[in-house]
Design a binder for this molecule. Structure first.
Ligand code: AMP
Length: 593
């Protein structure tokens, strides 16, 4: 682990991409396979492979207690060190460097030992047991190694290493084409495995595997219909943008699994969708969105929220908040099976990890038009007929006016906005490309006054970039907080505002500064909800600062009464569409053209 940490330090120490790549390639080329797997996984900034469902589960409090104990430092030492760097790994190193006696270099853990310790922390039950395993590991690390152990553990490596750069280094180390490395990484979801395949010149053996989630294709934001048409047009594919949770559905015989955007298995949270997929007659992978849906209409995200994180929901919860799976893409497909158990599908070659690989063909390299056609050919039973499935609402648009109209219609169906897709685009896992553009104009904006500011994290550490803002409660005659957001300001503006806020700090509480309420900001958001988190009794979902309103004075900000009115209007709209929707003649929300 010492060699790995030194390498990470050198990679962090240069901004030159070519130098980072050759440092990494030189290091990786010399490692034996077992170490190569771990080293590459750690360089991807994670304790386990991307597809691995495990998470170490070590909280700040446990880390702080272990570190204070080892360094015989006061309980708040880690917090203070963190305030200086906003980097937990660095803060741990700072505190551990206070130890009277440094550990014996002969006892420094190897890469394999660190990897085993991560697995042991994960499987230990309870924070005390986890803390004990973690303490035994940290005890053997000097401050520099501990810094990187913690960075990997918390997934915050921050050495200026993008995924593409690591793939380029793996390619260079073993003299393989970078495209083949990227493809293998995408299919396996495992950088360690990819590095080993590259070193053994076996990248072509990487296969997409059922029950191994792949990264999701992402969309770039765009709110300008004209720009969208000129970029993807003349004719674009337009789907409703559903406000639920993204999920990949894998099916092999009667085995069905759902994976969330962070590649975690969430099957237990939505057993009714899993059950509904069992009798289908194909093996493959769908991409789609899980939505709360009742009486023919989409329910607000707030309804779905009550289902999140709840494993094995009771029958009562399932009927109170029914869910459907809206499929919008097909990522892999095997031959149709006549029997419900699909047992004859897939010749059953055994993959490297011991699981049976089923013969499904990946469709990632096929155009969206073809993927959609094959998705429709699956004839998923429709939600309107009481099934748990639906296809995304899809239309085409060729002009700005058409796109604007479809946007309004999507909003009337209580969906967030639109997903505009290029029918020729391939499915690019993990990439936020221009093949998909999302259009979800803010519902409304509120003018608020900044009452508190806080130091940011990462790139924004050392500057006051997190703003807490308030509206005016005219009845009580005071300002009441309603949310907190990062600014959308430029670095220069943030620096300027930092100086300004420092001069107008009323009170300092740790990282937080209460400031004079003088700066007006315009805040966009997606939903207003009741909440006890802020003094106003409301919270905004996805608040973002769209502008510093230097043209407005704090007397002109929105009032709590305005917020209440907006809340009622939005609430009323949602209820109206949910309860009276069945009687409306409007197109059904999920239907396709
Ligand atoms: P955002 O979460 O705002 O970055 O928007 C991207 C998300 O929109 C995706 O990750 C999906 O969860 C979601 N989404 C909703 N409807 C669609 C759709 N029709 N196609 C693709 N993604 C969709």
């Amino acid at each position: 682990m010492l060699g790995w940490s030194e390498l990470a330090e050198r990679v962090a120490g240069t901004t030159r991409t070519s130098e980072k790549t050759s440092l990494l390639a030189g290091y990786l080329a010399l490692l034996p396979p077992a170490e190569l797997r771990v080293a590459a996984t750690f360089l991807a900034g994670r304790p386990f492979a991307e597809v691995d469902q495990r998470s170490v589960g070590l909280g700040w409090a446990t880390i702080a207690a272990v570190v204070s104990h080892l360094a015989a430092a006061p309980a708040g030492a880690l917090g203070e060190a963190y305030d200086r760097s906003s980097d937990l790994g660095q803060a741990v190193a700072d505190v551990l460097s206070l130890r009277c006696e440094a550990p014996d270099p002969d006892l420094y853990p190897t890469l394999k030992e660190v990897s085993e310790a991560f697995a042991a922390v994960e499987s230990a039950a309870g924070s005390a047991a986890k803390g004990a395993v973690f303490a035994a590991l940290l005890e053997r690390c000097d401050a520099a190694i501990a810094k990187y152990v913690v960075k990997i553990l918390t997934g915050e490596l921050r050495i200026g290493l993008r995924e593409g750069l690591l793939e380029a280094a793996i390619a260079q180390a073993f003299d393989q084409p970078q495209a083949a490395v990227s493809m293998a990484a995408m299919l396996t979801g495992d950088t360690g495995e990819t590095a080993v395949l590259a070193s053994e010149v076996r990248l072509n053996e990487a296969r997409l595997r059922l029950m191994h989630p792949i990264k999701f294709m992402l969309a770039s934001p765009s709110e300008d219909a004209a720009a969208i048409i000129s970029r993807l047009g003349p004719t674009v594919w337009v789907e409703d943008k559903y406000d639920g949770i993204r999920a990949q559905l894998h099916r092999r015989g009667s085995e069905v699994r759902l994976y969330s955007r962070d590649l975690h298995d969430v099957s237990d949270q939505f057993p009714e969708i899993v059950e509904a997929a069992r009798p289908l007659d194909w093996d493959g992978i769908l991409d789609g969105e899980i939505l709360a849906y009742a009486d023919g209409h989409v329910l607000p995200f707030l309804a779905l929220q009550a289902r999140l994180g709840r494993k094995g929901p009771t029958a009562a919860v399932q009927s109170e908040i029914p869910v459907v799976y809206v499929a919008f893409d097909l990522l892999a497909i095997g031959p149709r099976s006549p029997g419900p158990d699909g047992s004859h599908i897939g010749q059953g070659s055994v993959a490297g990890n011991g699981t049976t690989a089923t013969a499904v063909s990946p469709l990632l390299g096929a155009a969206l038009a073809e993927r959609r056609q094959r998705l429709e050919a699956l004839s998923l039973p429709a939600a309107e007929e009481g099934s748990r499935f639906a296809l995304s609402h899809l239309v085409t648009a060729s002009s700005v006016e058409e796109l604007d109209r479809v946007f309004t219609e999507a909003r009337a169906r209580r969906n967030e906005g639109l997903m505009v897709k290029d029918p020729h685009s391939f499915y690019s896992p993990g990439r936020r490309g221009l093949g998909w553009l999302k259009m979800k104009r803010a519902l409304a904006t509120l003018d608020c006054v900044v009452v508190g500011v806080e130091l940011g994290h990462g790139k924004r550490h050392g500057v006051l970039s997190d703003y807490t803002f308030a509206v005016r409660d005219e009845v009580a005659g005071r300002l009441v907080t309603i949310g907190k957001a990062y600014t959308g300001l430029t670095d220069a503006e943030i620096a300027e505002m930092t100086t300004w806020f420092e001069a107008r700090t009323v009170r300092q509480l740790g990282r937080f500064r209460q400031v004079e309420p003088l700066v007006v900001v315009e805040v966009a958001f997606d939903v207003i909800q009741r909440s006890t988190r802020h003094q106003s009794g409301f919270a905004l979902r996805f608040p973002r600062i769209v502008a510093l309103r230097t043209d407005k004075s704090p007397n002109e900000i929105d009032t709590l009464a305005n917020v209440e009115r907006l809340y009622r209007e939005l609430q009323h709209g949602a209820e109206y569409l949910v309860t009276s929707g069945a009687r409306q003649s409007r197109k059904r929300p999920l239907e396709t053209t």
